[in-house]
Design a protein around this ligand. Structure first.
Ligand code: SF4
Ligand code: SF4
Length: 330
């Protein structure tokens, strides 16, 4: 009988505000805990979720699995072993943020409110949960990849304590995402020690455009903070995103100014992205991607090559650009 396997299910634990679940892929995979609010966890039942999820990954039972038809499923090899510990933990258990990006996927939960006060998550505390996960030997202390996504770290009271908890118990590295509005000395320390990738999304090179995108007047702060992080020993681990938003920053001039600014600051990596509206929620076979997106991508690619900046794209963005935008201009 054909058996299936998923590396996400095997390796990943995602702590979202409304549930603790397996994957962070946009698929609804097996759920460890629905509506978690900090209660005591039955750890045997918790472990059984993964074991039982794998039991359904075969030809006969796959229709009963939440993983059915997921593109991450693959045929199981004889070398595939179900691991007792997670190698990746995604932390995204809070939704409040000190800016209000018009493209924010979490806006629905934060209700568009811009939060300047540093406070805990409205849903549950993460530090006690991290302690418990280590105590029950569910996190791989030598190889753990910790991805902290948010809301924004700068208004999360638990940000520094959680980083310290991971450092105390053991991990391999962090991936930290922030809007970069408030400088975090601990992020600089992690960058100096080669312990984190730091990603932010600036999306423009002008305060006016920034305000239209983020609804706060913090362009200068964000650029100044980038300059400070760029002085880190491992500044090559900083990634600055440019998310293309229609009618706001989808023009060659803004892209030119942005790449020049990144070069001036000393940023080594830019990520080209397109609005989630097109990546997730539009059937591009019916509603076309704006034709000029291909030219924007090529323009950024050329400028990055000239400046010696690495241009990154997410697999799905690359797929969409190739299939729907570059086809139109070739
Ligand atoms: S198969 Fe898909 S839905 Fe299931 S755990 Fe893997 S990524 Fe998630
Ligand atoms: S910084 Fe992130 S969490 Fe905050 S509004 Fe922007 S996209 Fe949303």
């Amino acid at each position: 009988m054909k058996q299936y396997f998923c590396d996400e299910l095997n390796n990943v634990l995602s702590c979202f505000h409304d549930r603790i679940m397996s994957c962070c892929t946009g698929q609804i995979g097996p759920i460890y805990y629905e509506n978690y609010r900090g209660e005591k966890i039955d750890w045997d039942a918790f472990r059984a979720v993964k074991t039982n999820a794998f039991k359904l990954l075969n030809e006969d039972d796959i229709e009963k699995s939440p993983c059915r038809s997921c593109y991450f499923l693959r045929e199981r090899k004889s070398t595939d072993i179900i691991l007792p510990k997670f190698k990746t933990i995604n932390i995204s258990h809070w939704t409040h943020c000190n800016c209000g990006c018009i493209y924010c996927a979490r806006m629905f939960h934060s209700k568009g409110k811009i939060e300047t006060k540093v406070r805990k998550s409205d849903y549950y505390d993460i530090v006690p949960l991290i302690k418990e996960l280590y105590k029950h030997d569910l996190l791989d202390r030598d190889n753990l990849f910790v991805s902290i996504q948010g809301g924004d770290i700068s208004v999360l009271k638990e940000f520094k304590p959680m980083v310290k908890e991971f450092l105390k118990n053991g991990l391999k590295e962090f991936y930290i995402l922030s809007n970069n509005i408030i400088y975090q000395p601990i992020v600089k320390e992690l960058l100096d020690k080669d312990l984190t990738t730091y990603t932010t999304s600036l999306d423009c090179a002008e305060p006016e455009v920034y305000y239209k995108l983020k609804r706060v007047d913090k362009f200068k702060d964000s650029v100044e903070n980038l300059r400070k992080y760029a002085k880190s020993k491992f500044s090559k681990r900083i990634i600055v995103k440019y998310i293309v938003i229609e009618h706001i920053n989808d023009n060659l001039e803004e892209i030119t100014k942005f790449v020049n600014l990144m070069s001036d600051i000393g940023i080594s990596n830019i990520e080209f992205m397109i609005d989630n509206k097109y990546v997730m929620f539009t059937n591009l076979d019916e509603t076309p991607l704006p034709a000029h997106y291909g030219s924007l991508y090529l323009h950024m690619k050329k400028l990055c090559e000239e400046k010696g900046i690495k241009l990154l794209t997410w697999d799905k963005t690359e797929y969409i650009i190739n299939k729907y935008a570059l086809k139109l201009i070739n």
